[in-house]
Design a binder for this molecule. Structure first.
Ligand code: LLP
Length: 427
């Protein structure tokens, strides 16, 4: 169910009008729906429960990079979520939001020593190691800290996720993970290191996947490896299949989360029954977009309408620095007028004030608009605010979380002075 809908001709987030929010907090403004976030998380949690898995049998580690606002992390933590992080900064966010570091897994190809140390101090659940040099560094850092680091190896199953090349990560030519053929050897090395404890195996093949077939193919390859490891007396306690389930931006029809998880658990259970006398293995997920993507919109105000011979432009007050996805991936976001039923539609490119031709948010959309009107860019909850920058010395947008008829400011708008506060003039 969409929690963004028109009521009395005005687009609302739950029961709060986006018009009222823009008046109160200004624009551009990110607006999230709490009910949508909870509903999306529950789709995962309910499917785990349905498969008879408690928190020991399954763990959903929300991918912090997709939307890392403290209020979002706090809310998901309260729902029982763990967290998939890719930096020390994200770990500190999780902790600041009251998340449990023992439910944190740390992915990423370039973990620094300080980040490893910090994660070890907080006793995180697992490092998803992506290379042999990283393994050796982690062994060293853990030794210095007098700890053993729990690890899983991110295996690259060489499965085509059939998504945008920039967000496909499981192919041979990608920088992520260790090659499938090298995985056994890497595990042998890991098992021989004194300050490393092998606990799991993980993969992540890409993002915005509409079909679960590539994920189930990756699962089969991971299962095969686990069997090979077991034959060498290397036992893993969890398998982490990553995130990646897509959302509807336009007319895409992604697989239902419940269906995907049901198929996945059925395979896992059948395999455990056949080969391990039914001994359980914990299954972990790292979803981002499918939890937060459709739980957020970016509200922006039309500044000017510009008509040239070739095109009509709607210049709005949001730009590529606020929502990078169109410029970076030619991504498509819906554009809805906050006030419904307006007359005199024309076809516009919706563009921002940044000095780049690539600064567009939507192209060739039929809109009936006047300067001063508000637009909502839809499905902007994931990889929207987290990828925002200060290019052109533009302060980043404010963020609001709506809960029923209440709205909470969860991030203030940045002032220009905030942007150069860390800089100094050389005297
Ligand atoms: N786990 C790992 C290791 C990842 O690299 C990612 C996303 C996720 C989990 C979460 O994937 P999701 O469930 O959100 O698909 N900025 C791009 C998306 C980049 C995805 C990077 N990795 C975009 O705006 O489309």
């Amino acid at each position: 169910m969409s929690h963004f809908s028109y009521r009395n001709g005005v687009l609302h987030a739950e029961q709060v009008s986006l018009d009222a929010l823009a008046r109160q907090y200004g624009s551009p403004l990110y607006v999230y729906s709490k009910a949508a976030l909870v509903e999306n998380f529950s789709a995962y949690a309910d499917a785990c429960r349905k498969a008879g898995r408690d928190s020991e049998g399954a763990l959903i580690c929300y991918s912090v990079k997709s939307n890392s606002n403290l209020a979002v992390l706090n809310l998901l933590g309260q729902q029982g979520s763990g967290f998939d992080i890719v930096s020390g900064g994200e770990l500190l966010r999780v902790i600041a939001a009251g998340g449990d570091p023992r439910k944190v897994i740390f992915s990423g190809v370039g973990k620094g020593r300080d980040e490893m140390k910090l994660a070890l101090q907080h006793d995180i659940l697992c490092f998803n190691v992506e290379s042999i040099p990283e393994l050796h560094r982690l062994n060293e850092v853990a030794g210095e800290a007098g700890k053993r680091a729990r690890i899983s190896l991110r295996v690259n199953p060489n499965v085509d996720a059939k998504t945008h090349p920039y967000i496909s990560t499981g192919l041979k030519e990608n920088k992520f993970g260790v090659a499938y053929e090298d995985a056994l050897d890497c595990y042998r090395t890991a098992a021989s290191l004194p300050n490393i404890e092998v606990v799991g195996i993980d993969c992540h093949i890409g993002s915005q996947l509409l079909d679960d077939a590539p994920l189930l193919e990756a699962l089969d390859k991971v299962i095969e490896l686990i069997d090979q490891l077991a034959a060498e007396n290397i036992h893993v306690h969890h398998l982490d299949i990553g995130g990646g389930i897509g959302i509807t931006y336009d007319d895409e029809k992604p697989v239902a989360i419940g269906d995907y998880l049901a198929r996945l658990f059925a395979r896992v259970d059948a395999w455990r029954k056949e080969k391990y006398a039914g001994a359980a293995i914990k299954v972990m997920f790292e979803p981002g977009r499918s939890i937060v993507g459709n739980a957020g919109v970016l509200v922006t105000e039309v500044q000017y309408l510009k008509h040239s011979e070739a095109k009509n432009f709607a210049v709005v007050d949001a730009a590529m620095n606020d929502l990078m996805r169109p410029a970076m991936y030619q991504a498509w976001h819906g554009v809805q007028t906050v006030r419904q039923e307006q007359n005199g539609a024309q076809v516009y490119d919706v563009v921002g004030p940044v000095c780049e031709s690539g600064d567009w948010l939507a192209r060739e959309r039929e809109l009936a608009i006047q300067p001063g009107d508000l637009l909502a860019l839809t499905s902007a909850g994931a990889y929207g605010m987290t990828m925002a920058s200060n290019y052109n010395t533009r302060g980043r947008a404010a963020e609001v979380l709506v809960d029923g008829e209440r709205a909470h400011l969860i991030r203030k708008r940045e002032n220009p002075a905030d942007l150069f506060a860390l800089e100094s003039i050389v005297s």
